[in-house]
Design a protein around this ligand. Structure first.
Ligand SMILES: Cc1ncc(COP(=O)(O)O)c(C=O)c1O
Length: 422
């Protein structure tokens, strides 16, 4: 019997019931983010919070196994609406599961989490606080941890803290660029930035971080070199009398592959959501999101007939085509036209024709018993009368020439998220 997790009750205005294949009735929450009209459509993302907690435990266990001393802290990366899973619900679940900290890219994302009642430390990794003082005021008022990477940011934060702070130093993390070439103090400028930090008692250097560019590639050398440069940077920082409590570098791939990258804290994003970017842990992690809808129309198509925009699919035999209310505006990549698959009754059915904005056709000729109202899964597992199969984010990414991160973050806000506690 499924149950509603009390921790998510504030997300919901109501509880609804639906039939899960092979699982009996499942209670789910009515989503708050969706307009009522959207919730009528059977297209939705089911977010399995038990799998999220499971993935956190898998990561914690792997980190504990890799060391005899205190394992690194896990700071979950919840940027981009928690990789499309819904940041508030994900953060609440992880906080209650005991995660010690979270990371986001944007100040706006951190504010959203504080508004949702999240109390644990939140690191704002993007380091952009806007041209006006309001941005930094939010950082102080919301007790966020700003990442800084240039002298100007440090000066602005310290003057604000001097005039408007509560007397306690503002804790910041300094990002150094060891080879990503995106954000971070170049090592050649580290001393100047440390000079500025040293002259600002309102600021405490609490963390030192970098970001790995190639942790998921076959070649390990660039990552090893980044870690070497990071260690060098740390020595320079300590030599100047700073003692940051947290050194952190590892995303999911770095954390899984390289014990030497784990340091004091790790910053996994995609692994928490059940996708391993490298081989390790992949069999233990469980995907958290599942995208499902139902067929709304069924038609017989004679051999030689074409369907969809541009008539890109033509029946080579008498066929049965089902229409599904999900399209590229929901995040179903148009490149899946005539290439991708969906699961129906536990078996794969090919996408037939061009994916359109709101609707997609699938060829169910080889799905015996197909009828209107069948569940259709575009991402995740399905069990049905014809078997069990799964479509992974990695599979979609391969078919569309992208990466699983983009597959997840492309599920649009038109697809309501339903949070579920099996
Ligand atoms: C600075 C930083 N740290 C950590 C992560 C988490 O990465 P992943 O999802 O690969 O674990 C990201 C995401 O790209 C990031 O930008």
């Amino acid at each position: 019997m499924s149950s509603l997790h009390a921790s998510e009750s504030s997300l919901a205005t109501d509880v609804v019931h639906f039939e899960g294949p092979g699982r009996g009735a499942v209670r789910v929450l009515r989503p708050r983010r969706a307009a009522p009209a959207d919730a009528v459509r059977p297209t939705r993302a089911e977010v399995n919070l038990a799998h999220l907690r499971h993935n956190l435990r898998v990561i914690e266990r792997a980190l504990a196994e890799g060391t005899t001393s205190k394992p690194p802290a896990v700071w979950g990366v919840l940027k981009a609406d928690a990789y499309g899973h819904g940041a508030a619900a994900v953060a609440r679940t992880l906080e209650r599961a005991g995660i010690p900290g979270l990371c986001v890219a944007l100040l706006e994302e951190a504010v959203e989490l504080r508004d949702a009642g999240i109390r644990i430390p939140i690191l704002v990794m993007g380091g952009y606080y806007g041209p006006r003082r309001e941005g930094l005021e939010e950082v102080l008022a919301r007790d966020l941890v700003p990442v800084v990477y240039d002298a100007g940011q440090i000066e602005r934060i310290s003057s604000l803290a001097r005039f408007e702070g509560d007397g306690r130093p503002v804790r910041v993390h300094l990002k150094v660029d060891t080879g990503m070439g995106r954000l971070g103090v170049p090592l050649s400028e580290l001393d100047q930035v440390l000079d500025v930090l040293a002259s600002r008692p309102e600021i405490r250097l609490d963390g030192l971080m970098t970001h790995l560019a190639c942790a998921d590639s076959d070649e390990i050398e660039p990552t090893v070199e980044q870690l070497r440069l990071f260690e060098q940077a740390e020595r320079r920082v300590r030599a100047r009398g700073f003692s940051p409590r947290f050194r952190h570098a590892a995303n999911s791939a770095g954390m899984i592959r390289l014990p030497s990258a784990r340091l004091d804290a790790v910053r996994p994003g995609i692994a928490l959501f059940g996708v391993s970017p490298v081989r390790g842990l992949s069999s233990e992690l469980k995907p958290v999101i599942r995208i499902r809808t139902e067929t709304v129309a069924l038609r017989s198509v004679a051999a030689g007939e074409a369907i969809g925009y541009g008539h890109t699919w033509r029946a080579s035999r008498p066929s049965v085509i089902a229409t599904v209310p999900m399209g590229y505006a929901d995040g179903l990549d148009r490149q899946l036209s005539n290439r991708g698959h969906a699961l129906v009754r536990g078996r794969r059915a090919p996408i037939a024709g061009t994916v359109s904005m709101d609707l997609t056709m699938i060829d169910v000729t080889d799905i015996p018993g197909a009828r209107i109202g069948d569940e259709v899964v575009f991402l995740g597992a399905q069990e049905g009368p014809l078997g069990r199969d799964v479509i992974t984010a990695n599979e979609i990414a391969e078919q569309t020439g992208t990466i699983p991160w983009e597959v997840m973050t492309s599920i649009s806000r038109r697809v309501p998220r339903f949070y579920r506690e099996p």
